[in-house]
Design a protein around this ligand. Structure first.
Ligand SMILES: Nc1ccn([C@@H]2O[C@H](COP(=O)(O)OP(=O)(O)OP(=O)(O)O)[C@@H](O)[C@H]2O)c(=O)n1
Ligand SMILES: C[C@](O)(CO)[C@H](O)COP(=O)(O)O
Length: 249
């Protein structure tokens, strides 16, 4: 079969192994409920809403893979989407790498999506996939930054004030979200290279940047925000209430 005739299979890795320390005490963040449904189930449904996605790999808390598998089995997910669950690691980067290792042969496009961004609309997911299929090796959805951002010199000792060292030009800054989309081999290569150097990045595109490969930006969405602190739960419930109200008309 020629490369052009080969089916272009798209899989999603969902890192969901974090504790959610910034959210405060309770169950691991991905398992906390939003409108009665675990955040992770919202995130899996958001990915499976794209008709291009054929496989979702969920990376569960290291000792929670069986619980997460039972949870997903108990919730309705589109039949066309296969899913598997693997145990995660100590860091997000390690969890994503373990998810990549669980992918079968034949995947050409991989998305990486935080379980902590449960409400991303399907149009954003599809825009990322389309940009990869159009030839980009790495794609991030992003929004302009609303606040002025300062770079600071960390305090020398606790209690000392931080000093501002620079004010980057805001018009050039973007806050990046997930899902981030990649050519499969490029992302696997980036993770392997970064693991060898011992360096890290706070997102997957950052690792591709370390390879020197180009990263393309597509418009993000305000509903793709990350549930990080307690107030984000209030916002997530409000977004879901607005969606229910809109569905009612
Ligand atoms: N060891 C880890 C740490 C994080 N994540 C996942 O990476 C995503 C983004 O991370 P973040 O929002 O920082 O989640 P937590 O690490 O859980 O949050 P915190 O830093 O507040 O503990 C989340 O879906 C989280 O579950 C992961 O799979 N494995
Ligand atoms: C990947 C990410 O969501 C992009 O904004 C972000 O970098 C994750 O950071 P976190 O501190 O692990 O939540």
């Amino acid at each position: 079969m020629s490369d052009e005739a080969r089916p272009r299979r798209t899989a999603v890795v969902i890192p969901a192994a974090g504790r959610g320390v910034r959210l405060g005490p309770g169950a691991p963040k991905a398992l906390r409920a939003l409108s009665g449904t675990p955040m992770l189930v919202h995130a899996v449904r958001a990915m499976a809403a794209s008709r291009a996605v054929s496989l979702v790999v969920v990376v569960a808390p290291p000792d929670g893979a069986a619980e997460v598998k039972n949870l997903l089995d108990a919730h309705a997910l589109p039949e066309r989407t296969d899913y598997r669950v693997v145990p995660g690691g100590e860091t997000r980067q390690e969890s994503v790498r373990l998810g990549l290792e669980a992918l079968p042969e034949g995947i050409s496009t991989v998305l990486v999506h935080d379980a902590a961004r449960p409400l991303v609309p399907v149009d954003t997911v599809d825009a990322v996939i389309e940009a990869v299929r159009d030839g980009a090796v790495a794609v991030v959805p992003a929004l302009p930054v609303a606040d002025t951002v300062k770079e600071v010199e960390p305090a020398e000792k606790p209690g000392d004030p931080e000093q501002v060292v620079a004010t980057p030009v805001r018009a050039r800054l973007r806050a990046v979200q997930t899902p981030q989309g990649f050519d499969h081999d490029t992302l696997v290569d980036a993770h392997a290279t970064v693991a060898l150097t011992g360096e890290g990045a706070t997102d997957d595109a950052g690792m591709v940047e370390m390879l020197g490969a180009p990263v393309v930006v597509v418009p993000g969405h305000e509903e793709a925000f990350k549930v990080t602190r307690p107030l984000d739960l209030v916002l997530a419930e409000a977004v879901l209430a607005r969606r229910r109200a809109n569905d009612g008309f």
